[in-house]
Ligand binder design. Structure first.
Ligand SMILES: [Zn+2]
Length: 442
C-alpha cells in the first residue's frame, strides 16, 4: 500500500485552509485593506475556541501573549494578530455561512483518500446519510435578522433551527457531518422556513456528492412525505424513512387489507443479546401508495419488531418506507440501516449539545450571520476531532490513554496555558512522548 503522506489529515493544514477560505470571502467593507487579514484571524480565533472546547481559551492565550510575548494563537492557530472578542464577532457577522462549506469539503476529500470511510459503507458501497433538525438557540430578547419569530403569550420568541446531515452506520460509534442547512426566514415572505424545505434545499446542493457516494437518506416520520421522497428520487438517491401509522393512513389501510388476506411476507430470526434470546420479526410489502389519490408515490414498506423470547415483551418496534426493493434478505439490511438513525441523535446531537461542544450555548449572536457562522465553526471542530479519531494513530492512543473525552480537552488546554507549541502536531507529539508511544506509522 502506498504511503499517503500528502493526504494525511493535519490540523495545521486545516487551520491553513480556514485562513485561505477567509481570504477568499467577499470583503463587505470596501476601503479596509487589512480586512482580509483581520477576517482570517477572526475565523481562526473563533475556531480555536471550539477546537479547544473552551470559551475562555482566547482570554488565556491573550494573557500568555502579554507575559511571554507569544501564544499558541499565533503558532498553533496561525493568527497574525489577535483581535478582541467583539472585533471577532463583528467581522464574522458579515460573512455568509455558506462560505465555510469548503472546509467540510476539504475534510471529506482527505477522509475519502484514506481507507477509513470503507467501514461506514454497507449494502454494497452505500453511505447512510441521516437528516434531522435541531433548535440550537432560543431567546425572548436576543435576536438577529436570521431568527425565526414565534408569537407566544409571553411575547415574541426568537430561535434558530438547523438541519444537520450526518453519515451514520449501525456499528460505527463515530458520525461524520456534511455541511448543515440553516432554517432561515425566506426572502420576501412571512412564511417560516421548515425542516422539509431545508432538507430539499440541502439535497439539491449536495446531490452530486451524495450520488457519488450512493447515499441512502435516513429521516424520521416528518420526512416520509411524497414531495420530499420525490426530490430524493429525482436526485437518483435512495431513502429509508420512518413511517408511522398515525401520519400514513392510506398506506396502513393497504397493509391492513393485505394482512387480512394473510399475505404479508415475514422473516423471523432468533438473536442472542448476551443475556437472553430475542425474536426479531421482519415484515414487508412492496409497492404500496405513500398517500391517497391517483398520484400516490409507490413505495416499499417494512417493519421490525423485537420481542423478549421468554416473556414476549416488545423491546423495539419501528416501521419504514423505502424505494429499495424488499425481499427476505434485503428487508433485514434496510431495517438495520433505518435503525441507525438513532446514532444521529445519540452520537451527533447529544455529543454536540452536552459533551464539550455546547452547541446550544450562546457564544454570540450578532445582527446578521454570526449565530450561523459560530454554529458551523463548532460543527467543523466536531468534524475535525472525529476525523483525527479515525485517522491519527497518536491522537487515538492519547484519547484512549486519557479515558474520558473531557480529560483530553482539559489536558490540551492546560498544556497550552503554560507552553507555546510550534503547531498542533508538536502538541500531539509532546503528549505521545510523555506517554512513551511508539512513532506513528506515517
Ligand atoms: Zn438570530
Amino acid at each position: 500500500m502506498g504511503r499517503k503522506m500528502g493526504k494525511k489529515v493535519r490540523v495545521s493544514q486545516f487551520i491553513q485552509k480556514l485562513g485561505e477560505m477567509a481570504q477568499a470571502m467577499p470583503d463587505n467593507r470596501a476601503g479596509h485593506h487589512n480586512q482580509r487579514y483581520e477576517l482570517q484571524d477572526a475565523v481562526r480565533g473563533a475556531f480555536s475556541v471550539f477546537c479547544m472546547q473552551s470559551e475562555s481559551f482566547l482570554a488565556h492565550q491573550r494573557a500568555l501573549l502579554q507575559q511571554k510575548g507569544r501564544s499558541n494563537l499565533e503558532s498553533v492557530f496561525q493568527m497574525e494578530s489577535v483581535p478582541s472578542d467583539t472585533h471577532i464577532r463583528n467581522l464574522l457577522d458579515g460573512v455568509h455561512v455558506g462560505h465555510f462549506e469548503a472546509a467540510y469539503d476539504w475534510l471529506w476529500q482527505r477522509l475519502l483518500a484514506t481507507d477509513k470511510v470503507a467501514p461506514f459503507r454497507l449494502m454494497g458501497r452505500r453511505l447512510l446519510v441521516g437528516v434531522d433538525g435541531i433548535q440550537y438557540f432560543s431567546s425572548a430578547k436576543i435576536h438577529c435578522e436570521q431568527c425565526s419569530r414565534q408569537e407566544t403569550d409571553g411575547g415574541v420568541r426568537y430561535s434558530h433551527r438547523v438541519l444537520t446531515a450526518l453519515v451514520v452506520h449501525p456499528e460505527q460509534s463515530e458520525v461524520l457531518p456534511l455541511a448543515p442547512e440553516f432554517l432561515l426566514p425566506q426572502d420576501g415572505t412571512d412564511k417560516q422556513d421548515s425542516e422539509l424545505a431545508a432538507a430539499k434545499r440541502w439535497l439539491l446542493r449536495h446531490g452530486s456528492w451524495l450520488r457519488e457516494q450512493s447515499a441512502v437518506i435516513l429521516g424520521d416520520d416528518l420526512f416520509s412525505h411524497q414531495p420530499f421522497c420525490e426530490v430524493v428520487l429525482a436526485a437518483e438517491l435512495a431513502f429509508i424513512l420512518v413511517c408511522k401509522p398515525s401520519s400514513h393512513e392510506t398506506l396502513y389501510s393497504w397493509v391492513s387489507a393485505i394482512e387480512r388476506g394473510g399475505k404479508v411476507p415475514e422473516v423471523n430470526r432468533r438473536v442472542w443479546n448476551g443475556r437472553h434470546g430475542e425474536i426479531w420479526r421482519y415484515r414487508y410489502l412492496n409497492e404500496l401508495p405513500l398517500r391517497a389519490g391517483d398520484d400516490g408515490l409507490c413505495v416499499n414498506w417494512c417493519e421490525l419488531t423485537i420481542t423478549h423470547e421468554k416473556s414476549g415483551e416488545q423491546l423495539y418496534h419501528n416501521s419504514f418506507v423505502t424505494n429499495l426493493p424488499l425481499n427476505n434478505q434485503t428487508v433485514q439490511d434496510v431495517t438495520h440501516a433505518g435503525r441507525a438513525r438513532w446514532k444521529h441523535e445519540n452520537e451527533g446531537h447529544n455529543v454536540l449539545t452536552t459533551r464539550g461542544y455546547h452547541i446550544k450555548h450562546n457564544f454570540g449572536h450578532g445582527q446578521i450571520h454570526l449565530s450561523t457562522v459560530l454554529f458551523s465553526l463548532n460543527l467543523l471542530a466536531f468534524f475535525l476531532h472525529t476525523v483525527l479519531q479515525l485517522v491519527d494513530t497518536h491522537y487515538q492512543q492519547i484519547r484512549a490513554a486519557l479515558g474520558a473525552r473531557r480529560t483530553f480537552f482539559e489536558d490540551i488546554r492546560s498544556l497550552m496555558r503554560w507552553q507555546v507549541f510550534a503547531s498542533w502536531e508538536a502538541l500531539i507529539q509532546f503528549m505521545a512522548d510523555g506517554l512513551g508511544l511508539a512513532p506513528a506509522p506515517d
